[in-house]
Design a protein around this ligand. Sequence first.
Ligand code: GUN
Length: 285
Amino acid sequence: MPQIIDGKKISQEIKDELKEKVAALKQEGKEAALAVIQVGDDPASGVYVNNKKKACAYIGIRSLSYELPEDTTEQELLDLVETLNRDDSVNGILVQLPLPEHIDEDKVIRTISPQKDVDGFHPENVGRLVIGEKGFVSCTPAGIIQLLKRSGISIEGKHCVVVGRSNIVGKPMALLMLRENATVTIAHSKTVGLKELCRQADILIVAIGKPRFITAEYIKEGAVVIDVGIHREEKIIDGKTVKKLCGDVKYDEVAEHTSAITPVPGGVGPMTIAMLMNNCVETML
Ligand code: GUN
């Protein structure tokens, strides 16, 4: 039986630790505020933003909510970010992605002060990660490191294959595993011999964005499998439409071949917000 890595439980542990830290910092007169900006009313983004605000309330951080209409201009958004950059009472700034098409996401990310970039998306923070300097780290990959460490899984010397090369997950994930002394291979949808490569992984981290893409054939017996994917699927059971979440890994057939695996939901997902809260607390130190 594999170890089922419980992201819900581990994220709760982290939030409880942070709650204590925030209370102690308050005693020293230190407070934190996170500005959360959402442009438009994409329902999925709305759910994420609400969860982030709830987590702030739980650990004792003030959240400032900016809900801007879909037709907000790029300049209006940049002006708001710059105002928040200058506001000393705001420690962290988060602009929920994706943004409407008429707004250049890169330009917005570059405008956020690197010292307030709790998402870790600014090129300065990405560069710091590359050269091993302290800075904000993208929350999902940082959360995966915590999942592995807190589940007692050793990383040093292991062959880690990361499937996916996005700026938010794949690339920072590979750098973090390298920092932990893993031997790292980055693969992606165009990798030749992907199956054979994945079969060499001691730790396989999948962020390819394709539902149930990774089958048992991709797994070395006893490997650790981390599934970053999250997809909403509709199934018809007894004539009723049932909505179900699934990951990039075909969990039902893969799990029995692993030594440890993350489920979807309840694996990587809850860790992203816990690490965002961790980054917010770091702004207070
Ligand atoms: N959209 C999906 N994930 C994220 C995230 O981690 N941060 C932001 N800002 N937007 C997102």
